[in-house]
Write a protein that binds this ligand. Structure first.
Ligand SMILES: [Zn+2]
Ligand SMILES: [Zn+2]
Length: 317
C-alpha cells in the first residue's frame, strides 16, 4: 500500500512524499518548495522523481541535497532529458572541498525518449557525470515490492508522469482450510508464482501436489498511484494518460487553472479543473486529486477550482 502526502502548503510549489508499507525508504515526487518535508524524511529518501525542471518543480532540490550530503548511500534521481546536467549545474553552484567522496552518490536516470533511459552517476567532490548504463524500458525504477513506470507528456517541453505499482501478492486464509500454518505455505505460494503446478508440498509429513492446493490461494491486487504534473490539455496527452493510468487507485493530477482561465491553460501548455477531472473519469481512476494551482489564485479561487474539478468528476457528460 502506498501512503502519499502533499508536503507543500497550498501556496507553495508542489512536492509529494510517498511511503510504502513494509519498506524502509521514502520517495519524493517533484522538488517544489515544501515546508512540511522534514529533514528525516529527506534523509530517508531512496529516489527522487522530477517531472520537469521549471523552477516551481526543482527549486527545493538544493534543500534536499543539503540534507542528504553525508548519508553515504546511493540515491536515484529520475527525470526528463537534460536532468543530469540540471542536477550537476545546481550542485556545482557550491564549493565541496571539505566533503568526502563517499558522502553520497546520485544515480541519475534520464528519460531520453519512450523506453530509452540513460543512467549516470555523480559524486563529490568533483561531481563529474559518468555514464554507467542504458535502460530500454518504461520501468524507470524497481524495488522488491513495486515498480515505477514513466510516460512523457507534452508541456511545451517533456514532462514526465510517473506510476507506482505494487506487486500483486498471493494470500491464503488458513482459517477456511483444514490445515494449520507452517513452512508449506511459503512453498505453496512459490509454486503458484512460478507455475510449478506439480511441485510436491509436504504438510505434516503428508505429500500433496501443489495444484491440488492452489484453490486455497487468492491473488490480492497491488496498489497503484499516479503523479501527473504539468501537461497541456490536448488529445495526445489525454490518450497517454488514459492508457498509462487506467484504473489506478489514486492519481494526483495538475489542475493549474479554473475553467474560466482555459485560454491561459492552452497558452501555457497547462491543464484546467474540469478537463483534468474528465480525463481521470475516463481513465476510471478510483481517487483523483487535483494539485498545483496558479499562484495568482486567492483562497476563493482555489475553492472554486476544486469545486469545478469535483463537479466534472461526478457529472455524466
Ligand atoms: Zn511547468
Ligand atoms: Zn508547474
Amino acid at each position: 500500500m502506498f501512503k502519499s502526502e502533499i508536503k507543500s502548503k497550498t501556496y507553495e510549489d508542489i512536492s509529494i512524499l510517498i511511503k510504502i508499507d513494509n519498506h524502509p525508504y521514502n520517495y519524493i515526487c517533484d522538488c517544489g518548495d515544501a515546508s512540511d518535508l522534514t529533514v528525516k524524511e529527506i534523509q530517508n529518501t531512496n529516489a527522487i522523481f522530477i517531472s520537469h525542471t521549471h523552477i516551481d518543480h526543482f527549486v527545493n532540490f538544493d534543500t534536499i541535497l543539503r540534507h542528504q550530503i553525508g548519508i553515504q548511500r546511493r540515491v536515484v534521481i529520475c527525470g526528463p532529458k537534460g536532468i543530469a546536467e540540471h542536477v550537476q549545474l545546481k550542485i556545482k553552484g557550491y564549493t565541496w572541498n571539505l566533503i568526502n567522496e563517499d558522502a553520497i552518490t546520485y544515480e541519475i536516470r534520464e528519460i531520453l525518449s519512450e523506453n530509452n533511459i540513460l543512467v549516470y552517476e555523480i559524486k563529490p567532490p568533483y561531481w563529474e557525470l559518468k555514464k554507467i548504463t542504458k535502460i530500454q524500458d518504461n520501468i524507470i525504477f524497481k524495488e522488491k515490492s513495486f515498480v515505477v513506470s514513466a510516460v512523457i507528456l507534452d508541456h511545451k517541453i517533456p514532462s514526465i508522469a510517473y506510476k507506482f505499482v505494487e506487486n500483486d501478492t498471493v494470500k491464503i486464509d488458513i482459517s477456511t482450510t483444514d490445515f494449520t500454518g507452517g513452512k508449506w505455505i511459503a512453498a505453496l505460494k512459490e509454486a503458484f508464482l512460478t507455475n510449478a503446478a506439480h511441485q510436491e508440498i509436504i504438510i505434516r509429513d503428508k505429500s500433496y501436489i501443489a495444484k491440488e492446493l492452489f484453490h486455497m490461494l487468492h491473488v490480492q491486487k497491488g496498489d497503484s498511484l499516479g503523479i501527473i504534473m504539468d501537461h497541456a490539455a490536448n488529445e495526445p496527452n489525454h490518450t497517454k494518460i488514459k492508457e498509462h493510468f487506467y484504473q489506478c487507485n489514486k492519481v494526483y493530477i495538475e489542475s493549474f487553472y479554473k475553467n474560466e482561465d482555459k485560454e491561459q491553460a492552452e497558452l501555457n501548455y497547462h491543464s484546467y479543473a474540469s478537463i483534468s477531472a474528465q480525463i481521470m473519469k475516463l481513465s476510471e481512476v478510483v481517487e483523483a486529486i487535483p494539485v498545483h494551482f496558479s499562484r495568482r489564485y486567492k483562497e476563493d479561487d482555489v475553492t472554486t477550482l476544486i469545486q469545478e474539478f469535483e463537479t466534472a468528476l461526478v457529472s455524466n457528460e
